[in-house]
Design a protein around this ligand. Structure first.
Ligand code: NAD
Ligand code: ZN
Length: 372
């Protein structure tokens, strides 16, 4: 039941394989893209006990020489200190230009190992084996790699494409429910960007997707990867179109930044709220029917994603502080924020000239509704 898609980027084109059991088949699947039968696996402490041995056994079966390094799990690992220690481990292991790095884990491992691959020896090949829904539908595809700095998230990195993406849908079975739903927010995003029929399908099938029914989860992963591959294929370095993938992210970023990325709000949860506000703003500007904003809210609620800001112990949300975070986002150009707005579900577009007062009003009203 393995399905294949291609990310079309000329000589940097690569396949995305999705389906159940791909980690067990990794050796034979990876073999064709290796320069030499030697790989180095980078993974995290949650994923290693679940899937590392399975991956290693498969590599051994295909005669591929392998070693591995296990990093701590969590966003804090995506920093200079862990990048440095990882590079040191790789050099000590005598990784060569022909050794392929395998990133086994979620977006944290994919972004960090991908960036290490981009800079080690001026670039070694790498393969993504994403194990979270978010990484299967978003971060493993498209070649953005990088780390966080103390001044903000993802501020240091490189565009560096993998040679192959293996999305094993069976790996999602061990993912905590909250992480699964956070990844689902990014799935939903693709419907909202430019595929209304996919959004309709999600409204009908979300339960099967979140219950990981084999056909439904595979279809959701494939539709998402196809959407991302199509957009990245047209605009690899985000000079325009690719920015549509930031739907919900400008508002979402403000909530995450305010909480300091400490896990109280997951990225996908912030994006869920952000998409809600993008549709609310679009409706208030008279661009999109109110009914579509209501459908977005209803679907978020239906899938157990948040529709309000959570109550935060000892703190109250401040609209002005949140607005300030938005203008510090790295996507700001000449002091102006590019918003992803919508003319309706599946009809999003980029807008540089959004009246500040309209954004302020949306944020102020949202803060007033925060949970208590
Ligand atoms: N490069 C891109 O284009 C891009 C796009 C979106 C997000 N990102 C980045 O991705 C990161 C978030 O990715 P994420 O949500 O996958 O987070 P993550 O990598 O932290 O994974 C979430 C949690 O799930 C655990 N986990 C992973 N797979 C598991 C499995 N199969 N079973 C049980 N537990 C498992 C991890 O150990 C971790 O604790 C952020 O750093 C974000 O900036 C990058
Ligand atoms: Zn995202």
């Amino acid at each position: 039941m393995t399905s294949k898609l291609q990310v079309d980027l000329g000589e940097r084109s690569y396949d995305i394989l999705a389906g159940p059991g791909l980690i067990e088949q990794a050796g034979e699947r990876i073999l064709p893209v290796l320069d030499r039968k030697r790989v180095f696996i980078v993974t995290d402490a949650n994923v290693a006990p679940l899937y590392l041995k399975r991956l290693e056994d498969s590599l051994t079966k295909s005669g591929i020489d392998h070693a591995s390094h296990i990093l701590p799990a969590g966003e804090a690992t995506k920093d200079f200190a862990h990048l440095e220690s990882l590079i040191d481990v790789l050099l000590a292991a005598k990784v060569e230009r022909s050794t392929t790095l395998l990133a086994l884990g979620g977006g944290v491992i994919g972004d960090l190992a991908g960036f290490a691959a981009a800079i080690l020896l001026r670039g070694v090949p790498f393969v993504q084996i994403p194990t979270t829904l978010l990484s299967q539908v978003d971060s493993s595809v498209g070649g953005k790699t990088g780390i966080n700095t103390k001044r903000g998230k993802n501020l240091v990195g490189a565009f560096y494409q993998p040679r192959l993406v293996l999305a094993d849908t069976l790996a999602l079975a061990t993912l905590p429910g909250r992480e699964l739903r956070a990844g689902y927010a990014e799935v939903m995003k693709y419907g909202l960007i430019d595929d209304p029929a996919f959004f309709d399908w999600l409204e009908q099938n979300h339960r099967n997707v979140l219950d990981l029914k084999p056909d439904a989860i595979l279809q959701a992963v494939l539709a998402s990867c196809a959407a991302k591959a199509r957009i990245v294929g047209q605009d690899e370095r985000e000079s325009g179109l690719r920015a549509l993938l930031n739907l919900g992210h400008t508002f979402g970023h403000a909530f995450e930044a305010e909480l300091g990325y400490d896990g109280r709000m997951l990225h996908g949860e912030a994006v869920a709220l952000g998409m809600l506000l993008a549709f609310d703003l679009s409706a208030r500007l008279g661009l999109s029917p109110q009914e579509d904003a209501s459908r977005v809210a209803a679907h978020l609620a239906q899938t157990g994603l948040p529709v309000r800001l959570p109550a935060v112990a000892g703190q109250s949300w401040d609209a002005e502080k949140l607005l300030a975070h938005m203008t510090l986002d790295k996507k700001v150009k000449d002091g102006k924020i590019t918003f992803v707005l919508a003319r309706g579900i599946g009809q999003s577009f980029l807008e540089r000239n959004v009246p500040e007062e309209a954004v302020r009003a949306v944020m102020q009203d949202f803060v007033k509704m925060a949970g208590s």
